[in-house]
Design a protein around this ligand. Structure first.
Ligand code: UN1
Length: 521
């Protein structure tokens, strides 16, 4: 019997009248847990509890908050293996990737443990005597957080860990695709000593459910900050609600990330990088490559080697077969929109080189390594050629195992094509030419760029976030994320005992008459 879980509000498990089942993404017969569909009232209650918890938590010394985050990191490290296995079971990425994503959260805790001992402000000289100026980082208040299922440990940690270290309290709506992972995450934080009510969790879907209710709490004045990872379309709605309430949201949205392969590239390295960028996590990363842009002189050689590898990709249930390249779709919605992309590519006039839709018992690629492909949604690795800028398939994020090949001639066209999408999250170039790498780095419109590596590869202490349709300019991770969860408080401290007015009573030195240097010698 699968366990039934409750929302976590004020440290208590709170049931809802309606529930949903979280199923193993690789085998839909396996129910991982039963979760509540939080009601609007429960989401509101979670916001009220977080508001009540704010004064005490924000007054807890930052180094103490940091120590708690350090203990959370230790608990994550201790439970890394079972938590990684739970990630694989619930959302379907390979165990190697699941371990990496749990490690990313551990790294985030290690970084922010010591940040609790910094959170530096500045001392600033005043233009008056007996007066000093200071800046302090202050917490914002109650943060609403909505996260996606593809990185159910790492990406929540990018938001929750810095928000807590800086003294905020939280209401989190995790993805309905990985609620059990979220529950484990929160229990480990409680083990580390997090006071009840500081982090509250409401489960359920997005539209017409807990996610939408939490967004609505901005209009009720119950939130001081919103952080969202998900699609650009939903991100716009979150941004609109935040904007009319004068909140500055963190929005990490979609991508159609370019990977360029120049004529002088190490071709084997480029093929391996393109394979991982396109197909790791079944293409369901926001950093997955969407368009591989290949320089004309090596186009044929690249395509031949790439296709040979694609035809051998091992695909299957990552719980049973550890060395698959990718497992199932995380959910039916992603599967259906990926399936629809076959019509989009055909209508665009692109040439399908490889891929036959859903993997079934009678329709399996050579590398199928699982048992029953119909126990879940599995997709053929799919490759399109003759893709050009302007085509829908070139422009739109698909979020599944598919990649476009785009032929260009030289570095200028490569950069132009790489920039010809409305997104700008991550990007990569394979070249040994120093100048081409420099030109790419200088001219690409992207929040993250790799030279001779994949379109992935964010690390816990580097800024993460996009430009154009991939976000609103906010950054996660490292020192940069601190701006997202604090405001700067400027303080004037005057001990002069009299009214002295800046700009008006400032005793500037009087100039004494101009010196003509030529007349001096
Ligand atoms: C995401 O897909 O939302 O660089 C985040 C990467 C990972 C993070 C991806 N470390 O692909």
């Amino acid at each position: 019997m699968p366990r039934t879980f409750g929302n976590l509000i004020a440290g208590k498990e709170v049931d809802s009248a309606t529930t949903f089942e979280s199923r193993n993404s690789s085998d839909h017969a396996d129910v991982v847990g039963v979760f509540p569909e939080a009601t609007r009232e429960q989401v509101r209650e979670a916001c009220i509890v977080a508001r009540e918890a704010f004064p005490a938590w924000s007054k807890t010394p930052a180094p103490i908050r940091g120590e708690l985050i350090g203990r959370f990191g230790e608990a994550l490290a201790r439970e890394k293996e079972p938590l990684s296995r739970l990630v694989t079971r619930e959302m379907g990425k390979t165990l190697k990737e699941a371990r990496g994503s749990v490690q990313e959260a551990i790294d985030t805790c290690r970084f922010f443990q010591s940040e609790g001992r910094r959170l530096y402000g500045q001392t600033v000289p005043s233009e008056m005597p007996n007066k000093e100026l200071f800046t302090y980082r202050r917490p914002l208040g109650v943060v609403g957080i909505v996260t996606a299922g593809n990185f159910p440990v790492a990406v929540p940690s990018w938001k929750i860990v810095p928000a807590l270290v800086t003294g905020n309290t939280i209401v989190w709506k995790p993805s309905e695709d990985a609620p059990t992972v979220a529950y484990a995450f929160v229990r480990l934080l409680a083990e580390a000593g997090l006071p009840d009510g500081v982090l509250n969790v409401v489960f359920g879907g997005g539209k017409g459910a807990a996610g939408e209710f939490l967004v609505d709490m901005m209009d009720e004045g119950r939130l001081d900050k919103f952080a969202f990872t998900g699609s650009t379309a939903v991100g716009r709605q979150v941004g609109e609600a935040a904007g009319r309430n004068l909140l500055h949201p963190t929005l990490e949205l979609g991508g159609k990330n370019p990977l360029v392969v120049m004529r002088d590239a190490d071709l084997d390295n480029a093929v391996q990088g393109a394979l991982f960028s396109a197909f790791a996590t079944g293409g369901q990363r926001c950093t997955s490559a969407g368009n591989v842009i290949v320089d004309a002189p090596i186009y044929d050689a690249f395509v031949e080697r790439f296709l040979a590898q694609v035809a051998q990709l091992r695909i299957g249930d990552p719980n049973q077969v550890p060395d698959v390249m990718y497992g199932p779709f995380i959910n039916q919605r992603f599967f259906e929109s990926w399936l629809a992309h076959y019509d989009v590519g055909a209508a665009d006039g692109a040439t399908k080189l490889y891929g036959e839709g859903r993997i079934t018992a009678d329709n399996r690629p050579a590398g199928w390594a699982g048992t029953d492909p119909e126990a879940a949604y599995y997709g053929w690795p799919t490759v399109w050629a003759d893709v050009r800028p302007g085509m829908k398939i070139f422009q739109h994020e698909t979020f599944g195992p598919t990649i476009n090949l785009v032929k260009v001639d030289g570095i200028d066209e490569a950069i132009e094509v790489a920039n010809a999408v409305d997104y700008g999250l991550s990007s990569a170039i394979y070249t040994m030419n120093r100048d081409w790498a420099f030109q790419f780095k200088d001219r690409i419109e992207s929040g993250m760029t790799s030279i001779n590596n994949t379109t992935n590869g964010a690390e816990a202490h580097l800024p993460f976030g996009g430009v154009k349709g991939s976000g609103n300019g906010t950054r996660e991770s490292g020192i940069w994320v601190l701006e997202a969860y604090t405001y700067w408080h400027a303080v004037n401290d005057d001990v002069s005992g009299k009214l002295q007015l800046a700009q008006m009573d400032t005793a500037y030195a009087e100039p004494k008459g101009a010196v003509d240097v030529a007349s001096l010698v």
